[in-house]
Every structure is written in structure tokens, then in C-alpha cells.
Design a binder for this molecule. Structure first.
Ligand SMILES: Nc1ncnc2c1ncn2[C@@H]1O[C@H](COP(=O)(O)OP(=O)(O)O)[C@@H](O)[C@H]1O
Ligand SMILES: [Mg+2]
Length: 310
């Protein structure tokens, strides 16, 4: 599979203020993103996500290291034609309507009017803005602005789409809509690279993730390999457990709680699970459910965060 993005030791030092105080925003970032995949770039605020996206889209230069898009250096002009970018806080002229904004965008790409109109219709459909395209942007909600921003990022039919926190500030329905658009883009063979601090959104749609903390890469890989092998616990729900038997059950489990007429227990591995099942048979308790809990992206993120002293 070809690489959509490759970075080698990307580093960015910002100097700001009268004393030119240095901030190491990004340190030695080496990642690679395969074409046609959805890549989640995760990290808390200030981790260096926006800095990375700005370097990859050629808006700022790295202090050290290199970035490549489809094998070409990020500042190569031919790269610009192949990428689209939805910034974190897109700034649009708010007296324009959604349709006018997209026309403006098409003009920048030098697209003739007829073709532009067709493309605009197609994009308005894709981002589900039909019926709202002639309203001025100042009357748009955050979710609508995000969707029209996405439409402009997709205008040149890019092979690689960058999105900086595309789900932030959206309600659950808006987040799902953005997720669906990302999955649609993947279906069309495109590569999507997006940053987020909303882990659950990344978990559902990403093929691969990278976790960034304080400008440093903490972990990267396919979600299956990052997540799959670790079983966190197995939760079992029992009923018809007599009160006096609870201590003997408790000695078999990592945790136990009583909720109404149910007893919820948690064990660490399959061996312990068999013991609880044997116990339930012996004591005539009813097993209502057995739920293995795998490690989630949230768990990995928290582990890494604690490792950083967070
Ligand atoms: N233009 C800038 N000048 C100085 N420091 C900056 C600048 N841009 C970002 N930073 C700093 O770099 C770090 C990473 O920022 P950023 O890439 O925006 O993080 P994220 O997008 O993950 O929240 C932060 O400490 C931030 O304050
Ligand atoms: Mg940011």
C-alpha cells in the first residue's frame, strides 16, 4: 500500500514575545499513513496537533525534519492539488451564503461556472446542507459552519483530506454526521487525517491512530493491535444470590456490588470467570449476563497521560 503521509523527525520550535521565549510544540515526530485509510491524530490541548497539521498542509515550516505527501515534500506545489484542509476554526466571510462561499472557492481553483455549479450541488448534498445553502453564514450554527467548511475542503476533489478537530463543539448528531462523511470519503478511496481529543469519535472510524502528548509521539498503530489483545475485565451480572453467600462470591472476584436484586461482579481473566460460573451453579444463582471488557482507546490514552505525569 502506498503512503499518503510520511514524516521524519518533524520538530517545531516557536519563538514568541519580546524575549523570544521558546516553545517546543513538536518534537521528532515520525509517522506514516497509508493511502485510503482514516488516521486519527489524538492528544489533549496543547499536544501539538494543530502545529503538525499546519506543517503538513504547508502553512508553516518545521524547525527540523521532513514531511512527505504521496512521496513528495510537503511544500511541493503539486501536493496542494491533492489535499484539502478543514482548519480548527475556519474563518469565512459571514455575509456570504453557503453557496456563495463555495462559488468563491471554485473561482480560486479556476473552475468554470458550469462545472462549479455541478460541483456545488454535489457537495451540498454530501454535507447535507440542501435547503440551507442560500442562507448567510452568519445565521449558520457551529455544525452547519463545520459542514460548509468540509464542503470547501473537498472542492478540489482531494485524495487526502486534513481536518483539525472536525467534531469539536458539535452535538452528538453533528458528530455522527461528520463521522459519516469521513467514512464516505474513505469509501471513495480517499485518505483522511484528522485530529481530535474526543476519543470515542476516533475509536469508531479510525484504521490507525497516533497519540501525541506534549509534542511527542507516545504511541501509534492499527487500532486492532493497539486495542485487541488486552482484556481489561469480565463483568458478570447475577440474580437470585442469597445475602449470606455474598462473602464467598466476593472472595472469587476483583470487585462486587449489589444493585437492587442483582449482584454485579468483575473478574480479571477467564480462569476466574469459570470459578464464578461454577459457584453460581453450586449456589443456584442465575447468570443474567457475561460481558468481556476490552481495553478502549480511552484507557490507552489515560495510561499514556498518566505516564506523562498527567
Ligand atoms: N504561533 C505560536 N507561537 C508560540 N507558541 C505556539 C504557537 N502555536 C502553538 N504554540 C504552542 O505550541 C504548543 C502546541 O500547540 P498546538 O499545536 O496548537 O496544540 P493542539 O492543537 O494539540 O492543541 C502549545 O503549547 C501552544 O501554546
Ligand atoms: Mg489544535
Amino acid at each position: 500500500m502506498s503512503k499518503a503521509i510520511e514524516t521524519k523527525g518533524l520538530t517545531k520550535v516557536f519563538r514568541s514575545g519580546f524575549l523570544m521565549k521558546e516553545t517546543l510544540a513538536l518534537s521528532d515526530l515520525t509517522i506514516s499513513v497509508e493511502s485510503g485509510t482514516v488516521f486519527g491524530f489524538l492528544g489533549p490541548n496543547g499536544a501539538g496537533k494543530t502545529t503538525t497539521l499546519k506543517i503538513l498542509t504547508g502553512l508553516i515550516h518545521p524547525s527540523a525534519g521532513e514531511g512527505f505527501i504521496f512521496g513528495k515534500p510537503v511544500d511541493d506545489l503539486s501536493v496542494k492539488k491533492k489535499i484539502g484542509f478543514l482548519p480548527e476554526r475556519p474563518y469565512f466571510y459571514e455575509y456570504l451564503s453557503g453557496r456563495e462561499l463555495l462559488h468563491f472557492c471554485g473561482e480560486l481553483f479556476g473552475m468554470p461556472r458550469k462545472k462549479r455549479e455541478e460541483k456545488i450541488e454535489e457537495l451540498i448534498d454530501l454535507v447535507q446542507m440542501k435547503g440551507k445553502e442560500d442562507t448567510q453564514l452568519r445565521h449558520y450554527s457551529k455544525g452547519m459552519l463545520q459542514r460548509i467548511g468540509l464542503a470547501q475542503a473537498l472542492f478540489n476533489d482531494p485524495d487526502l483530506v486534513f481536518m483539525d478537530e472536525p467534531m469539536s463543539g458539535l452535538d452528538p448528531i453533528g458528530r455522527k454526521e461528520v463521522r459519516d462523511i469521513i467514512l464516505h470519503l474513505k469509501k471513495c478511496g480517499k485518505t483522511v487525517f484528522f485530529s481530535t481529543h474526543i476519543l470515542s469519535d476516533a475509536e469508531v472510524i479510525c484504521d490507525q491512530v497516533a497519540i501525541l502528548m506534549n509534542g511527542k509521539l507516545r504511541n501509534t498503530g492499527k487500532l486492532e493491535t493497539l486495542l485487541s489483545p488486552k482484556l481489561k475485565s469480565i463483568d458478570i451480572c447475577l440474580k437470585s444470590v442469597s445475602k449470606e453467600k455474598i462473602p464467598s462470591l466476593q472472595s472469587l472476584c476483583a470487585s462486587l456490588s449489589v444493585v437492587d436484586d442483582a449482584v454485579l461482579v468483575s473478574v480479571d481473566d477467564e480462569g476466574r470467570l469459570s470459578k464464578v460460573i461454577d459457584w453460581s451453579r453450586k449456589e443456584s444463582a442465575a447468570i443474567v449476563s457475561i460481558l468481556p471488557r476490552k481495553e478502549s482507546l480511552e484507557d490507552i490514552f489515560m495510561e499514556e497521560y498518566q505516564g506523562e505525569g498527567g
